[in-house]
Design a protein around this ligand. Structure first.
Ligand SMILES: *Cc1c(COP(=O)(O)O)cnc(C)c1O
Length: 379
């Protein structure tokens, strides 16, 4: 495959000679008017109707009992892990092939990651690899799932739906049940992605979504914790809003809470963006289809949704045949104003996670060496 033909193809799709970013937000709906409304009302901060509206919109869209808005996706994940009762000294199984926020959130709970390989089916955490790791190193005791070599408790499993492609959730749920582990989905990239008809982030015990500027819809910065019951939702709201006990004037807080609430200003943007999400999703599927057609019959392959899922195709990704052709594509596209980029370096290559426990990471390493993300804005 000739790298310059990729540049031509992308330019033809976006019909521009200007710089083409990987993913750009767009505000041509009610964004301005809702944001202006918050400014005119002065309710730009922690109180206001848009936060409730936005949570209700996400609850309806994802069919979740309670959604709790937060300042960003990392905060949502941190709060979800807190709610999942991850404790200082615990171990948490996750993938090395992820954005650093996944690991940072569990690190700030005082936990340590165990890196397990991703699946060729989803590019997300592989249930078979998790099971193999547990079979070799863990046992279930009265105090929970214990990592035998260290004696530490393995508390949770955090899969990430890479680029919006849902992981094999039925199998992961089964492994978690068998080994007494809590499942927390990092659904930061997968708003609009469904696993067998159910929205990602609603199948595990908790899910975390991100509305950062580069995600499928944005609130500037923002996140959401998806909770399975009203009760868990109420507790999540409580701990993310300084754990203040309601009272007309007294300040009483009943636990060390977070100040993670989403400002009304950001939620206003989110409400407007939720009005256009269906439109974005349609366009992104069309875009993925065009890319798929373009790469058919070449030595480059587009990453497509698993057969059990409907993906939001947040970021399109291709697998190059070797490192040399990957470098060629990266150099040629970026040199021509078409932004592409390699996948994140695996987490165990970062200084703070280099000593983390890990299983065999063959497929993660293959993906790290061969994958490139392509421009994926839905316009
Ligand atoms: C974007 C992202 C996050 C964090 O979201 P922020 O809103 O940027 O804090 C977490 N995990 C993954 C996999 C992400 O892509």
């Amino acid at each position: 495959m000739n790298a310059t033909s990729i540049v031509e193809f992308v330019r033809d799709i976006y019909k521009t000679n200007e710089f083409i970013p990987l993913h750009a937000p767009k505000f041509d709906g009610n964004e301005k008017s809702y944001v202006m409304e918050t400014i005119e009302s002065t309710f730009v901060s922690s109180v206001g109707k848009f936060v409730d509206d936005f949570e209700k919109k996400i609850e309806a869209y994802t069919a979740t009992a309670k959604a709790v808005a937060t300042v960003n996706g990392t905060a949502a994940l941190h709060a979800a892990l807190y709610m999942a009762d991850v404790q200082r000294g615990d171990l948490v199984i996750t993938q090395a092939l992820t954005f650093v926020a996944t690991c940072n959130a569990l690190y700030h709970m005082g936990a340590e990651p165990i890196f397990v390989d991703v699946s060729p089916v989803s590019l997300g955490l592989c249930p078979k690899a998790v099971e193999a790791f547990l079979n070799e190193f863990a046992e279930v005791t009265e105090t929970g799932c214990i990592h035998k070599p260290t004696g530490k408790r393995i508390k949770a499993v955090v899969p990430m739906h890479t680029f919006g492609h849902p992981v094999e959730l039925d199998e992961l749920v089964a492994v978690c049940q068998k080994w007494n582990l809590t499942l927390v989905e990092d659904a930061a990239e997968s708003l609009g992605s469904f696993y067998k008809g159910k929205h990602t982030g609603t199948i595990g015990n908790f899910g975390a979504v991100s509305f950062n500027g580069n995600k499928i819809i944005t609130t500037g910065g923002g996140g959401m914790v998806l909770c399975k019951t009203q009760e868990l939702g109420a507790r999540t709201k409580h701990v993310t809003t300084t754990a203040k006990v309601p009272h007309p004037y007294e300040f009483f807080h009943d636990e060390p809470g977070f100040n993670y609430r989403m400002p009304n200003l950001n939620a206003a943007l989110g409400c407007a963006q939720m009005e256009v999400i269906e439109q974005y999703l349609k366009k992104k599927r069309l875009l993925a289809k065009s890319y798929d057609g373009f790469f058919k019959g070449t030595d480059i392959k587009l990453v497509t949704e698993p057969e059990y899922a409907k993906s939001n195709y947040w970021l399109n990704a291709i697998i190059c045949p070797d490192k040399v052709s990957r470098e060629e594509v990266l150099t040629s596209t970026n040199g021509s104003g078409v932004m592409t980029r390699p996948i994140w370096q695996l987490m165990h290559r970062l200084p703070m996670y280099e000593n983390a426990l890990r299983g065999d990471l063959k497929y993660s390493e293959f993906i790290e060496a061969h994958l490139i993300n392509l421009p994926s804005s839905p316009f």
